[in-house]
Design a binder for this molecule. Structure first.
Ligand code: SAH
Length: 230
């Protein structure tokens, strides 16, 4: 009532969260910071979690058993990905759509791309609908395409990708994802090395197609399902 159009009651909370992540050294670059400042996380959380939207914690997505990742994890993954403007990106595990929205800002700051640049695959049909309605309402649907299906096999139709992000823990790096990564590309994926032992892995493919993996530290993600999942 009477507010300026576009007025965001959560802006101050979002700024504080992003400043906190920057102070902790989790947000390192101006680009990742900008993307997190621009994307309204409270529009992606399940309605009953609204008051926690800017707490640095994962939040349940209704009764799906899935979660929206914690903001610090989104920041860490985005810093590792080093997204460049114009990159074609695959995300496996759309969930709420929040992480994909930050990727959309990183690859297409105007959000006005003639073709989709972020392809995000989700296996749970109610989350596909949830994310799609979020993208439509918030103006992301030109840049982001949601695909319902098993993302452990990637999405060959729009491959190869400059960047691949997996937001669920895999038992090993799915070979189709390595195939669908461009030479010079980067992939970030949580991998469960032993029983309860998950690590974030950065995969870099060089110009000759050689693959180098490095460990970016321990993490906790829901399991990846599907053919190359659990
Ligand atoms: N990136 C999300 C968080 C995702 S949680 C966000 O920003 O909110 C992990 C998601 O991966 C869940 O929604 C789960 O349903 C999905 N998932 C698990 N296995 C999958 C698979 N094989 N293909 C596609 N999505 C998968």
């Amino acid at each position: 009532m009477g507010e300026t159009v576009g007025w965001d009651p959560f802006l101050e909370k979002r700024r504080r969260l992003v400043e906190q992540l920057a102070a902790e050294g989790v947000v390192k670059t101006e680009r990742v910071k900008e993307a997190m400042l621009r994307v309204p996380r409270h529009e992606f959380v399940w309605p009953d979690q609204l008051e926690y939207a800017y707490a640095d914690t994962p939040l349940p997505l209704g009764d799906t058993g899935q979660t929206i990742s914690a903001p610090h994890m989104v920041a860490i993954m985005n810093e590792l990905l080093e997204v460049q403007v114009g990159n074609r990106i695959l995300e496996v595990g759309t969930g709420s759509g929040y992480h994909a929205a930050t990727l959309a800002v990183l690859t297409c700051p105007s959000l006005d791309s003639p073709i989709p640049l972020v392809y995000t695959v989700e296996i749970n049909s109610s989350l596909v609908k949830f994310a799609e309605s979020n993208f439509t309402r918030l103006g992301f649907s030109r840049v982001i395409r949601v695909i319902e299906g098993d993302g452990s096999k990637g999405y060959p139709d729009a491959s190869p990708y400059d960047r691949i992000l997996v937001t669920a823990a895999a038992p090993r790096i799915p070979p189709p994802l390595i195939e669908q990564l461009k030479p010079g590309g980067r992939m970030v994926i949580p991998v469960q090395s032993r029983f309860f032992d998950q690590n974030l892995v950065l995969v870099e493919k060089d110009a000759d197609g050689r693959v180098r993996k490095s460990n970016a530290g321990p993490v906790v993600f829901v399991p990846l399902r599907g053919e190359y999942g659990f």
